[in-house]
Design a protein around this ligand. Structure first.
Ligand code: SAH
Ligand code: SF4
Ligand code: F3S
Length: 438
């Protein structure tokens, strides 16, 4: 009987992708994957460290595993960014953990789990690598419409608030030929949408390949309907990349452009390498090439020493740019980061919360107004599966990454199809429509 492994994933798409890599590595070593925690000999948490909230969720699960371990044998493994950031400290303070493995050391996981299962030995593998890209490992993907490909790993930007350069190590890019082989094989297997992933995806560079060249080459593969990429940094948008998004019919007209803050003093403290003016110029550049290219962003409220006036600069920037969507976070001090070492986390929690709420309200009203202008229009949607709330409805996204929902009854569509939907109603996050026959 093989040992059964149950896995849960937290954090970003890169972690989801890494979970697929880990599944492959485990299966190759004779482990079986189970969706039922009760059956598992091993439970693995692939963790995130980007905000404290991500940590808290993991501690909650560890408490549960402690209770199970009193009843029966169970090997508990913690993988990912929290493992990498806290390392031995996590192992020492949480005796429930048997194995701790960081994002560059997954090849060692099967061996460490075997030691833990057979000899009750604790295992720790948190070496970061300058080369590891798991290039030869084919991820064990969930069948469907969407697939991710990690094209680069790590980050060299060291934004002062961010833990990622410490948990994911130095930037390194994968050989484009292996990426294109993987994309072709995904097209052959029937995947329709590919998302190119990297912590800093547009810094991709391999010999004479840059990110724009790679993106176009992937989008040119027959059988793929849509290509997306995340997460880019605003500093790496050469004209060729903007043009590719503007003209290539299969590169989605959507750019995620994390701004983080609208005040130059805060941007400098964050180490973002651009000013508000640079950012707005880039937005203009994008819109000149395609007024309909949707923009989304990430924002942090209440970074060290941020004043009310500085927050209002962020607020005004959001009003000015009119993002399609925004992820808005409270600043959360992270161990080892430059900000944790150099600046005081001095904005009271209640003030951070209040700023987040004000921005969320603003963004909701912007998104609602944008979505309402689409009522009566037809949009092209990639059918992805059942709607979250009802299996009587289909769900998909527009190129701009807006969720669209419509009744299945009387429609002829299947996941993977590109269909035309007439928009009848809109909320800040979703368009509701009816299917139009070809
Ligand atoms: N590499 C990507 C994403 C990094 S993490 C990028 O540069 O855009 C995703 C988002 O989490 C960031 O854009 C930032 O808005 C947020 N984030 C990162 N560290 C944070 C922290 N310490 N506190 C609050 N939000 C944070
Ligand atoms: Fe973090 Fe900045 Fe790197 Fe993004 S670019 S992962 S925010 S350090
Ligand atoms: Fe979290 Fe690591 Fe991703 S910190 S956001 S899982 S890169």
């Amino acid at each position: 009987m093989p040992y059964h492994v149950y896995m849960e994933t937290f954090g970003c798409q890169m972690n989801e992708y890494d979970t697929e890599l880990v599944r492959t590595l485990l299966k190759q070593s004779g482990f079986a994957i189970t969706q039922e925690q009760q059956r598992a000999d091993v439970v693995l948490l692939n963790t995130c460290a980007v905000r404290e909230h991500a940590h808290s969720r993991v501690y909650g699960h560890l408490a549960e595993f402690r209770a199970i371990k009193r009843q029966r044998p169970l090997v508990v493994g913690v993988l990912g960014c929290m493992a990498q950031n806290l390392k031995k400290e996590l192992l020492d303070t949480q005796p429930v953990i048997d194995v701790l493995v960081g994002p560059d050391a997954y090849r060692r996981l099967p061996e460490l789990l075997t030691q833990a299962l057979l000899h009750q030995e604790k295992g720790l593998a948190v070496d970061l690598s300058e080369y590891e890209t798991y290039e030869s490992i084919v991820p064990d993907r969930t069948p469907g419409v969407n697939a991710w490909i990690a094209v680069m790993r790590g980050c060299d930007n060291f934004c002062t608030f961010c833990v990622v350069p410490y948990t994911r190590g130095r930037e390194r890019s994968r050989d484009p030929h292996s990426i294109l082989d993987e994309a072709r094989s995904l097209a052959d297997q029937g995947y329709k949408q590919i998302t190119l992933l990297g912590q800093n995806v547009n810094s991709y560079r391999y010999e004479n390949w840059d990110f724009a060249k790679l993106l176009v080459a992937v989008a040119d593969i027959p059988g793929i309907s849509r290509v997306r990429f995340t997460s880019p940094h605003p500093k790496d948008f050469p004209p060729a990349l903007l043009e590719a998004v503007a003209w290539h019919p299969r590169i989605c007209r959507h750019i995620h452009l994390p701004v983080q803050a609208g005040s130059d003093r805060i941007l400098a403290l964050m180490g973002r390498q651009y000013t508000k003016r640079d950012y707005l110029t880039l937005v203009e550049d994008i819109r000149r090439r395609g007024a309909d290219i949707a923009l989304s962003t990430d924002i942090i409220c209440g970074f060290c020493s941020e004043t009310e006036e500085e927050f209002q600069e962020t607020y005004r920037l959001v009003e000015e740019v009119q993002f399609q969507s925004a992820f808005i976070f409270k600043y959360s001090e992270r161990k080892h980061t430059i900000a944790a070492r150099k600046y005081a986390d001095d904005v009271p929690d209640a003030v951070k919360t209040d700023r987040v709420m004000r921005l969320v309200e603003l963004q909701k009203s912007i998104a609602l107004a944008k979505n309402q202008t689409r009522i009566g229009q037809s949009v092209e949607v990639l059918v992805e599966g059942n709607a979250k709330k009802s299996d009587q409805q289909w769900m998909g996204h527009t190129e701009e990454n807006i969720t669209v929902v419509w009744e299945k009854h009387g429609t002829i569509c299947a996941p993977g199809d590109l269909v035309t939907i007439r928009v009848e109603d809109a909320s800040p996050s979703t368009l509701f429509g009816t299917w139009l026959p070809e």
